[in-house]
Design a protein around this ligand. Structure first.
Ligand code: UDP
Ligand code: MG
Length: 139
């Protein structure tokens, strides 16, 4: 059953390129309510833990290095059918394959530096949200 929350990160490329405002505007215009948000930076060990599910994949080292390379904006977003609707809003992992108007099509530069994270299931949304936020930071 779908819950109503997902977890996102505006990745280091989005922050570096000055896209925080534009991406948050897209998220807001798509009807998501911000339940939690902060700017933070993951350490190498944070990024390893966050992406542990990908530890056997060939891109893991590069992904960990990139995701710990600079500040991110982490957020918990609320909307009916949040996980699925947010995946549609961000578009395909590779921006070259992302649909017109999606966040990755508009703001991502490559498969690795692809602007935003979006949870892939309700279960992972809850795990990922709890990774970054304490109960007192979620509204
Ligand atoms: N990634 C990569 N190369 C790949 C696949 C993924 O660099 O071939 C990176 C990319 O930043 C992606 C992240 O690893 O967002 C997690 O991969 P996943 O397959 O979960 O894609 P997502 O759920 O982010 O679309
Ligand atoms: Mg994923």
């Amino acid at each position: 059953m779908a819950t109503n929350r997902t977890f996102t990160m505006l990745k280091p490329d989005s922050v570096e390129n000055g896209y925080i405002g534009a991406i948050l505007e897209k998220i807001s215009a798509a009807g998501f309510r911000i339940a939690a948000m902060k700017m933070t930076q993951m350490t190498v060990s944070d990024a390893k833990a966050f992406y542990a599910v990908h530890s056997e994949r060939p891109f893991y080292g590069e992904l960990v290095e990139f995701m710990s390379s600079g500040p991110i904006v982490a957020a918990i977003l609320e909307k009916n059918n949040a996980v699925e609707d947010f995946r549609v809003l961000i578009g395909a992992t590779n921006p070259a394959d992302a649909a017109e108007g999606t966040i990755r099509k508009l703001y991502a530069s490559s498969m690795g530096e692809n602007a935003v994270h979006g949870s892939d299931s309700d279960e992972n949304a809850a795990i990922e949200g709890a990774f970054h936020f304490s109960g007192r930071e979620i509204f």
